[in-house]
Structure formats: C-alpha cells, structure tokens
Ligand binder design. Structure first.
Ligand code: NAD
Ligand code: UDP
Length: 341
C-alpha cells in the first residue's frame, strides 16, 4: 500500500521548541507504532518533512490519521527487512523504530523480531552509507537483560539469556547495536544509539500486552488486574513525550551513544496496579499469574549521560502521565470490550 497524503490539515502543535537541525527529510520506520506515531507528530511540529514507513505488524495506521493531511507527511506500508526504496534514499535522517516491542508481540513472532533488528538494521545501514544519512537506532534497556548492576548505566554489558523466551528481542537489539558500531568504525557511518526504557502513554493499543495498557484496560473494564509473579519486580516508566524529546535531542546532537532514555522513578508492579486502581476508581481485584521466563527483576536507568550530553531529563510525572493515558483509554474503549494480550 502506498499512501501519499494530500495537503490541508493543520500542523500538529506538539513539541514546538525550535530545532537546531531545521527542515530535514526524515525517514521514520515503525511510524504507525506507539512511539513512532508520537515521534512523527513531533518532527512535523518542528518543521521537518516525514516519510513514515511501517509494515503494520503491530502498528495501527489509524495512529497517523491526524497527520495524513499534513503537506510534509507521507506514509507507505513497507517492511524494512524486504527493501529500501528510492524515496527512502532521500532521507538525511533516519529514526529506526521498526520492531515489535511488547513481549507478547515479539514472543509470538520471534523470527520476524530478530530479522527486523538485524536484517532491517543492515538494510538501513547500507542505505545510509550510500546516502550519507544519519541513522538513529532505537535500542532498549533489554540489552541489560536481568541486570546485575543497578541502576543500569551505559557501560554495563548486561546479563542476557542468549536463547530464552526474550532473546529474539534482547539479542536482536544487541546485534543491531553491534552492527551500527561496526559500520561506524569500519565505514564511518553516522549513527546514534538510544537505549529506551519502558515508555507508556496514549496510543498504546488496548491489546498491546505491556503492563501499563493491560492494567488500565483491566481496571476500566472491571476485570482482575493480572500481576505476574509476586509483583515485586520493578520497572521505571517514562512518558512518551519525554522519550520522543530524548530521541530528537540525541539525533540533533553530536554524541553517538549509547544513551539511556528513561525515567529513573522505579516502581514495583504491585505499586503500579494499586495506583491505577486508585486513579481509575476501579473495584477490580489484583490476581497473580505465573512470572514469565527471564522476566528482569529490577530495571532503572542511570540517566547521568543523557543529562550531561543531551541536557535531557524526563519532565512528566508518573501521576500526570498515567492520568493522560487513562483518559486516552477511556476514549478508546468507550462501550467496547477488549481482551488484553
Ligand atoms: P510498537 O510495536 O507500537 O511499534 C513498532 C512498529 O514497528 C509497529 O508499528 C510495527 O508495525 C512496526 N514494524 C515492526 N517490524 C517492522 C518491519 N520489519 N518493517 C516495518 N515496520 C515494522 O512498539 P513501540 O513501543 O512503539 O516501540 C518502537 C521502537 O522503540 C521499537 O523498536 C522498540 O524496540 C523500541 N523500544 C520501545 C520501548 C517502549 O517502552 N515503548 C522500550 C525500548 C525500546
Ligand atoms: N506484567 C504484569 N502483568 C501484565 C503485564 C506485565 O505483571 O499484565 C509485568 C511483567 O511480568 C514485567 C513488567 O510487568 O515484570 C513489565 O512488563 P512489560 O511487558 O510491560 O515490559 P517488559 O519490561 O517486561 O519488557
């Protein structure tokens, strides 16, 4: 499907601080996904032109609805593993987000997950080498695995099961990083590596399977909140606007990374469940389900590097971010009933 959109709609107003790299032709892969759709909006708001690519495996083209009339925006349904096109070669900057991110999704499609993180990154790296474009890879806190260092700083090498349930994602992303550093070292490719920690916000899909969307959907529908294991494992949740601002800072700056992009506030899953119950006014119960294999026990970013190199830190509190996300799910769910993944 090729869908080049007509002009007409008003520009989005998200993130309107002026960009030092004004007016780039930007390729965003994985653009119809949760983070990708917010990133496209923010780039357009800064005056860039955006070519959005997505194979719609876990994304939703409806996330891009409000951008479809923007004159600087095009969307094409494409798989980064299969091809790059002449249109994509016009990009001077590439944000690569094309990869399933929810454990429920990537464990249903482990081969596609590895391929997206390895073959997809390779295709984009080859293209960027030909064109001279700057390529930013969205890597992940999962490269640290079930970390033995806390909080996790970028120099920690990680503790990852190389062939377990999460390895398609964790090792795929590690290989993606290795590939880009190899291209940089041997061929001078202009790369950026962001290690994103758990990000949440509006446009998480109700069936996404990640914990924030699961708990909110369950709470709003009066269903049991499914806490995996004893619920004492921790995550650090970053609101999507903060994550997107961090990615754009990294792209605009001179530092290759890797740079952690995350919110250092650390919460147990039990605490998250209780907050969401209180904020939604839900009378749902908390129930426990088996802990998935290799589920990391503690996760919290050390964001010293992002602060020093990018002057970036998160600004949205968990309370505010969750409220905006709950409001979003109230709108989306309306009268319909959804089963979480
Ligand atoms: P998402 O699943 O909502 O978005 C991923 C998008 O990529 C989807 O729209 C999907 O259809 C698309 N896609 C997948 N494989 C593709 C392929 N081969 N070709 C083209 N498109 C493809 O996930 P998200 O949360 O928006 O994550 C975006 C990126 O950020 C991912 O690369 C993910 O690994 C990374 N990341 C996200 C988080 C987070 O908490 N959201 C944390 C760490 C890293
Ligand atoms: N989790 C949970 N209930 C759910 C979904 C997830 O308790 O319905 C837990 C999961 O076991 C993990 C944490 O929440 O410990 C975060 O899971 P998520 O899938 O959001 O992201 P991860 O950080 O594991 O990739």
């Amino acid at each position: 499907m090729t869908n080049t959109m007509p002009a007409g709609s008003p520009a989005p107003s998200l993130h309107d601080e002026p960009s030092p790299a004004f007016g780039h032709e930007v390729l965003v892969t994985g653009a119809a996904g949760f983070v990708g759709s917010h990133l496209c909006e923010a780039l357009l708001a800064q005056g860039h032109r955006v070519m959005a690519i997505d194979n719609l495996s876990t994304g939703d083209v409806g996330h891009l609805d409000r951008l479809l009339g923007h004159k600087g925006f095009t969307f094409q349904r494409r798989d980064v593993c299969l091809e790059v096109t002449p249109a994509m070669e016009r990009a001077t900057r590439i944000f690569n987000l094309a990869c399933p991110a929810s454990p429920a999704h990537y464990q249903q499609a482990p081969v596609d997950t590895v391929l997206s993180s390895v073959l997809g990154v390779w295709r984009l790296a080859e293209m960027a080498q030909r064109t001279g474009a700057r390529l930013l890879q969205t890597s992940t806190s999962e490269v640290y695995g079930d970390a033995q260092c806390h909080p996790q700083h970028e120099d920690y090498w990680g503790h990852v099961n190389p062939n377990g349930a999460r390895s398609c994602y964790d090792e795929g992303k590690r290989c993606g990083e290795a590939m880009l550093m190899a291209y940089r070292q041997e061929r001078g490719l202009d790369v950026r590596i962001a290690r994103i920690f758990n990000t949440y916000g509006p446009r998480l899909r109700p069936g996404d399977g990640r914990v924030v969307s699961n708990f909110i959907v369950q709470a709003l529908q009066g269903e049991d909140l499914t806490v995996y294991g004893d619920g004492r494992q921790t995550r650090s949740f970053c609101y999507v606007d903060d994550t997107v601002r961090g990615l754009m800072r990294l792209m605009d700056g001179e530092h290759v990374g890797p740079v952690n992009i995350g919110n250092p506030g650390e919460h147990t899953m039990l605490d998250l469940a209780k907050r969401i119950l209180a904020m939604t006014g839900s009378r749902s119960r908390v129930v426990h389900r088996p802990l998935p294999q290799d589920d990391p026990r503690r996760r919290c970013p050390d964001i010293t590097r992002a602060g020093e190199l990018l002057d970036w830190r998160p600004e949205v509190s968990l309370e505010d971010g969750l409220q905006r996300t709950i409001d979003h799910f109230r709108d989306v769910l309306g009268a319909r009933s959804v089963t979480v993944a």
